[in-house]
Design a protein around this ligand. Structure first.
Ligand SMILES: Nc1nc2c(ncn2[C@@H]2O[C@H](COP(=O)(O)OP(=O)(O)OP(=O)(O)O)[C@@H](O)[C@H]2O)c(=O)[nH]1
Ligand SMILES: [Mg+2]
Length: 300
């Protein structure tokens, strides 16, 4: 068995263990260790159902592998959604080369945590972030998952379908505060994609990112394989930007805090969170911190 294959099997085993045995001291210790060894640029991809996210990821994987970088993918199925499996039946259908050992796909059910993101997505992200050069997380834009994807990604890409009316919809809901890169998908549909692109470009003032990062709008077509070199370059520009002035450090510390707070809120309500908020420190071991808070604090 090759070294890479062995690693893949070990990774599957660990991810399973996180799902079944999340509170064991051994897992907590392992998670905190991996947390301290972050490596990947974590890219969240969101957008309405059917906008072309999986197809886009498929092309991104090819670009990444052409540059000989490794990539992990987490595909989140909002299985608790009323539409059930039908809508999402084959959403993890990437055209992967089965012998390529530097690509790894993990599907996750979203259960009922926050807005379509599984409670276990964060720890799974932490594990995979410590292994690959890139980590891509696909989540379907239903409910509030667009908002929560920001809590687990360094860079959020929002897919917009030409002529879908998404532009106005997003503007109303404030979702344009979420993305770092906007991709107009399916740009082989000529006319419509130009209109959507102009609409978006014309509304740029509405979605300026508070962080000071300059959001770009990129046209792609997965069926014609267009725009992906540009997208890949933009992703890498973003990575460079994140790695100056400690931006990535601050961003990830905030994510750790949010994750701890969300977990406390889920188990003990907002009142519980208010009681312990002061005790949550920005330290290097979010998993141990959460576990100790849950174990030692009297929430009544
Ligand atoms: N014309 C055209 N069709 C596309 C393109 N990309 C995707 N599609 C089609 O759009 C449909 C949805 O594509 P997916 O990539 O599965 O979209 P998705 O956003 O991942 O879908 P969900 O995960 O179900 O939300 C499929 O029928 C694709 O063949 C494109 O670039 N051009
Ligand atoms: Mg999909």
């Amino acid at each position: 068995m090759s070294k890479n294959l062995k690693k893949k099997i070990e990774l599957s085993y660990l991810l399973e263990k996180i799902e079944t045995d999340f509170n064991s001291p051994e897992i907590i210790d392992k998670l905190d260790k991996m947390h301290s060894k972050a490596k990947a640029h974590v890219i969240g991809i969101t957008g309405s159902p059917g906008v072309g996210k999986s197809s886009l990821i498929d092309k991104l994987i090819k670009n990444i592998r052409d540059k000989r970088k490794s990539v992990g993918i987490i595909a989140i199925d909002p299985s608790s959604a009323k539409s059930g499996g039908a809508l999402l039946g084959d959403r993890t259908r990437f055209l992967l080369n089965p012998s390529d050992e530097k690509v790894f796909v993990r599907s996750m059910a979203s259960k009922s945590f926050l807005g379509g993101i599984s409670e276990l997505t964060f720890p799974s992200m932490v594990v995979m972030r410590s292994i690959f050069d890139f980590l891509i997380i696909e989540t379907v834009g239903v409910g509030q998952s667009e908002i929560f994807i920001k809590d687990i990604s360094d860079t959020v890409i929002l897919g917009v379908q030409p002529g879908s009316g998404d532009t106005i919809q997003f503007m109303k809901s404030g979702i344009f505060e979420i993305p770092d890169i906007i991709v107009v998908t399916k740009c082989d549909i000529d006319n419509l994609s130009d209109i959507t692109f102009s609409e978006l470009s014309g509304s740029r003032a509405y979605f300026q990112n508070r962080s000071g990062w300059d959001i770009s709008i990129i046209k792609t077509s997965s069926s014609k394989n267009l725009g992906f070199e540009k997208l890949y370059n933009e992703i890498n520009l973003r990575w460079k930007w994140l790695n100056t002035e400690q931006r990535i450090k601050v961003l990830r510390e905030n994510q750790d805090l949010t994750w701890i707070e969300n977990n406390i809120t889920k188990d003990f309500g907002h009142k519980g969170l208010e009681k312990v908020r002061k005790l949550i420190s920005r330290n290097k071991s979010p998993f141990r911190t959460l576990n100790e808070l849950k174990k030692n604090f009297n929430f009544n």
